[in-house]
Design a protein around this ligand. Sequence first.
Ligand SMILES: Cc1cc2nc3c(=O)[nH]c(=O)nc-3n(C[C@H](O)[C@H](O)[C@H](O)COP(=O)(O)OP(=O)(O)OC[C@H]3O[C@@H](n4cnc5c(N)ncnc54)[C@H](O)[C@@H]3O)c2cc1C
Length: 413
Amino acid sequence: MSLPSSVDVAIIGAGAAGLGAAHALKDSGLSSLVLEARERVGGRGHTVMAAPDVVFDVGCGWLHSADRNSFVKIAQELNFEVDKHLPPWRERAYGKAFPQVDREEFIRALEEFYERTSQAAKQGEDIPAGRYLERGNRWNPMIDAISTYVNGRELDQVSLIDMESYEDTNINWRVRRGYGALMAAYGAALPLAFNCVVTLIDHSGKQLRIETSQGTLTTDKAIITVPTNLIADQAIRFYPALPEKVDAATNLPLGLADKVVLSLTEPEALPKEGNLRGATMRTEMGTYHLRPFGQPCIEGFFGGCYAKTLEDAGDGAIAAASIDEIVSFLGSDFRCKLRPLKESRWAHDPFARGSYSHALPGHAGKRAVLAAPVDGRLFFAGEATSPNFFTTAHGARDSGERAAKEVLESLST
Ligand SMILES: Cc1cc2nc3c(=O)[nH]c(=O)nc-3n(C[C@H](O)[C@H](O)[C@H](O)COP(=O)(O)OP(=O)(O)OC[C@H]3O[C@@H](n4cnc5c(N)ncnc54)[C@H](O)[C@@H]3O)c2cc1C
């Protein structure tokens, strides 16, 4: 769609939050337009065919808290098959690299850590969650590795209170054709302008003036859904400046999680939906999902500083590290069976600049600050604004719906 000169509501970003907002405004009688920097919808939700027989979600893949996840109903309505098999994280260990007895000990240590953080959070002091690692516990590096997967960051940089605000019902499903593909279908009929990079929101006048790479547009209301790192870096500027939003976004930085998919010849040598990882006493480790959906591939997952180091080493470094690690677990025969298909580099993606948000210690309250409307005209959504489902796609979508409701309420007062 070419850029009109004016709309009632401009929505910035066509990720889950922007799509949620646009859907909620569809029948409101207001004209709206989603301004999206990329050539596609979905943002951090993106499915590719990594090979003719391999569907790969480069970003989100799991319908977390599936019993409360608004994308489940959307999947049903759009005829996307939802896979309800158990995730492989706990029950489906494969191989000798992480023997069952060690795994049980590790899970016990992890649960005890979570019990300590949950008790400590009741005291209300917002300190680094890492303070609750038990001194000298041999599993500390691996508990930290889990934090790099879940928070995108090591525990010393994660707010205790924020971490404890996250709600997880522990029901995790998947979309067989891909979470990103579901988002693409969800966004298909919405008014969207692609390749439209917003650079400035001028709220000094009676109408908002939005400068973009496609020209300028005026609007009464704007819903801003871009990732926090873009607000913190002032890739989108506000005039007059909004220092409280920049501060909130800076203290809710995106951590890093990256994924890789490797093709696997002779896939039957490995179980479907297995999990492979080593009982390595370090935080710098990958975790591997064997043959997701029975496909002939292995998916690897990396987080935190380790993911950043690998990204910075250049394209292909994540795949190379995964192959080395898998070979160290399964034997050198496997080297010739694995071939890189695709890897993410979310920190280097100019319109994401990371994977998902965490609050820095002392800043758990910043999600509410970021979410708060300004002047009845600027509204904020995106995963980082969700009070309890932050980091997730459904949290992002629901936040877009919440921001759209705020727009409508602002018109009725
Ligand atoms: C590797 C990885 C794995 C993940 N796994 C899961 C998972 O299993 N389950 C889960 O629920 N979540 C997962 N997530 C998180 C989930 O993908 C995100 O929380 C969610 O998609 C964020 O949606 P959003 O709308 O807030 O932001 P985004 O999806 O980032 O959307 C923001 C949009 O704004 C656009 N934009 C940016 N700058 C501009 C600009 N200047 N002008 C115009 N447009 C702009 C972007 O291009 C983007 O499309 C994962 C993320 C990653 C990276």
